[in-house]
Design a protein. Sequence first.
Lengths: 219, 219, 219, 219
Amino acid sequence: MTRKLAKSAISQKRVLDAAAKIFRDYGYAGTTMRTIADEANLKAGSIYYHYKSKDELISAVLDIGMHAVLDTVNSALAALPADADVRQRIETAIRAHLSAIIDIGDYTLATRRVIGQVPEAIRAQNMRLRDSYASLWQTILVDAQKRGEFRADANITLSRLFILGALNWTVEWFKPGGRTIDEVAHEFAAVVLDGLGKPGNTKSEAAPAKARATPRITV
Amino acid sequence: MTRKLAKSAISQKRVLDAAAKIFRDYGYAGTTMRTIADEANLKAGSIYYHYKSKDELISAVLDIGMHAVLDTVNSALAALPADADVRQRIETAIRAHLSAIIDIGDYTLATRRVIGQVPEAIRAQNMRLRDSYASLWQTILVDAQKRGEFRADANITLSRLFILGALNWTVEWFKPGGRTIDEVAHEFAAVVLDGLGKPGNTKSEAAPAKARATPRITV
Amino acid sequence: MTRKLAKSAISQKRVLDAAAKIFRDYGYAGTTMRTIADEANLKAGSIYYHYKSKDELISAVLDIGMHAVLDTVNSALAALPADADVRQRIETAIRAHLSAIIDIGDYTLATRRVIGQVPEAIRAQNMRLRDSYASLWQTILVDAQKRGEFRADANITLSRLFILGALNWTVEWFKPGGRTIDEVAHEFAAVVLDGLGKPGNTKSEAAPAKARATPRITV
Amino acid sequence: MTRKLAKSAISQKRVLDAAAKIFRDYGYAGTTMRTIADEANLKAGSIYYHYKSKDELISAVLDIGMHAVLDTVNSALAALPADADVRQRIETAIRAHLSAIIDIGDYTLATRRVIGQVPEAIRAQNMRLRDSYASLWQTILVDAQKRGEFRADANITLSRLFILGALNWTVEWFKPGGRTIDEVAHEFAAVVLDGLGKPGNTKSEAAPAKARATPRITV
DNA sequence: AATGAATGAGACTTCATTCAT
DNA sequence: CATGAATGAAGTCTCATTCAT
């Protein structure tokens, strides 16, 4: 009985893994049940024994992909000492995010890839997780600002969008075997915290005035 | 004769505009020739008078979309005084990038949306433009570092990936009518140049040591 | 333009005729779009140029089939002299009903064949026509009874169900080339009006008593 | 061993009952082995332990359904006193027919429902029973005519088709809880024997002449 | 320059059936 | 006896594309 259950579970996992990989490579509409089946070593019709539809399959992949990142980052942060400073928190979160993308690999990659191609209904169902993740970051940033570790004039929400955007886009160029996760995480954290500018150079009183001098385009 | 040509050109533009809009909304595989035709007020078969195939259509849209950003940013930078400093250059480039996305609208949005769903062949053909754009930024950043306006230890390539990632992801959340382009550009530039950290807080000698202390995960 | 329209109309008719024939032979679920397409001399996908779905196709067939009977019977009755008696009316209606089944052939046959196999939604949509036809007969019978041409104790509704049942079942055995429509219509009318019993034999006072003696089973 | 056999028999009955019910509700092609299995509280594959195929299942259901009517009517007639008159015989047969449809319920209803949707081979195999039933009625009617209880000019075969058609169609409208079987049987018998026309009105010498006057349509 | 009509390939999905356990 | 898992054939429908008009 345990073996039977195991067999079913194994097949289901095989299908899921195959789906993640294929979705990641071809996007939502570009993926066919047949291709997934081939990858999972069974016939297209057989997928339906495990998943009721293509949509249910992509849903499962999305869930795993989102949870992977969310949970990995969450745990990594929880593992930090209570008195960890911002730099540590942010670098840790970034490193965890990148790790998740590598480890759970296909799932997170597939998630980034197909979100936005997937039927509205499915995307909506996945929004909560996305929002949770956004909240996680927002909290880190807001806390840091409260504790006085951030510039008081920083727009936290915009900064979060900037950071998460950069992290999400990561899947478009990050390839295992190239740069180290640590290397990337370290550098990204540096940009986020210190910027690229030379310490002394920072925002002279004149600078903002200059910036304001350029005509504002309102949209 | 000129009028005939004109009519053809007008129709062609109508088709292209329609395609951009529909591709932007439904992605590559999610877009049908019929939907584009409807939007352009003609019948599916008629598109083929102007474009040989769906792929040629998406190619055209991608080209325009990429050029729009590349050209807009290029011009904006060229219009700057020769002695403009990094902050100005970067904020200007960001603002131009965002402007292009808004102004050329459907084309740039479509570009970001479908790149990655499009058949390999087409994506490859579009790579040159992508690379050009990457070079443009790389140049800005390298120059700044050469001129001593950046931290000497900043990894320019990774930083560029970070910045462009954030800018590209922008289409996922930026909606006209909400935040001002200037607002976003200003804040983004601030993060890039100054980081979020408080000026004094920056990279104590201890900090990097600490960071290095965490075990490195190599991929 | 007229020729173009004609071509479309011709094809559509060809598809419809094919559908009627195939539905009549194989029932609803037993009919495939491919079979219909073959019969209509085009490819399965092409049917969808004329009809949006299998259901829309069967709907069209049902409509025509029901209308054929309803209209034929209606006209036949309207053509009778105002002072026609019941026997004429009934025999005429039966003859018209059978004629419709033969003339419009496939459509009416298909109608009788697939009604009851068809998705609820479609059947419902066709109910109004069925009810109209029932009303037509009810009216004939009620009028006859009012005018005193029928036994006063006859249950008109049950009788109508009896007659229409017999007529509807007709498609299961009536084959052109065998019996004449007139022959059948005449005999059916005779049963309906005179019964099979010998004129004198009718409902003696004893008979009903006897009948009543058998125990009544209530359902 | 007996118990094992018993268990098998019970399951087999459960499957058969389920099949009858489902076939009755969804028709032949509309019924899936899975749906039957669900109704019988086992899994689709298990049905094949009891029946070799869907066709064997429907065959069994059809046989039972046909036999039910045939046997019920046969017994009811056998139970009549030898000197029973036509009215009694016919009303009894009708009542028995309706009873069978109600009592054996699903089987007879399924029979009427799917006959005509079922593969030719199966229908053929079932024809003998259908013919037996037809013979039964033919005998009743011919006997009555021989004994002089029917109009001498009645066409017995056509009348039989008329009567059986009406009885078969009965499943389309007869719902338990509504009219009583006895009520329906009595009224149907009245139509068959006496017709609807007023006793005196019957076939005046003029009437047939008139009827003959209408032009004959030959098919 | 545009359209109506058709095609063929292929997509998702369902289902009767098989078979090892 | 029964089930879980899988298969292969087939079904409905979509869509890029073609071509005569």
